[in-house]
Design a protein. Sequence first.
Length: 277
Amino acid sequence: MAKVFYVTETSADYITAHFFKTEKEALNYGKSQLTDFEMKDDMWGDDLHDEENDTWFGGTWINTQSGILFSFEEGRAYIQSLDDEEARKYVKNEVGSDGAAMFFDKFRKGMYGYLGNGADGKGFKWEWDGDEINEHITPAGIGGMGPVVLPMDGGIGSGDVPAGKGDAEEEYKKKKKRMKYLKSFEAYSFDREGTEIKNPFTDETARQDVDPNSWYGKDYAKSDIKKIVDASEAFIAKYTEWKDMQPLDSDGDLHADYGQHVKVSLDELVKTVKKHG
């Protein structure tokens, strides 16, 4: 039986859940969002209210031998241990059209879930949108067309091709590393709906880098501006990753969904700027 720690955030528009291997990791994350954050003994304890942003934070742990279902029901977040089959029945019979849910089949480092205007996250297997279950397809989960049969003796073969060595997800990660990413504190700008965003650690001409430690002092690591910069860089990285993705077909009609890849980091940036800006 594995113990998994988690921190939830609930607002009028969305809920999130971040999962961790240790209580210390969960507590550190919670305090990074709310200074007075403390872990609870169980999920039924009172959440802590961030009055400035009107959000509620809660954190505790769960023992699970199977999977984890993260759901939004009756205005609050629920975390429970269920296997895949049990979770599918539960969302159809209990969550229904008035809520949403996300299923994780096992613990993975860095996994989280977002339920609000759509669903987003990392490490989940499927999500329930109030109407149907949507499978979360990853490169590692895409199979071939069966055993390879080469054309011979008049036969046309299987139509599949021999796979290379290695895990598909690992190969996908290697490919992504070869993509161009923004470096920390480099000048950056882009236009979206008439709004230009620039890195705050360059001058207006974007020709001279500014060392944040010397500019803001030795307490920069604990400052509010660093929280804003970190959130900005997370958003920029997600936006760049989405922008560099190729369309899924030759006509360019099926581009990766913006909300799925970028919205969580954008919401986090807006929240951080409102809180510390």
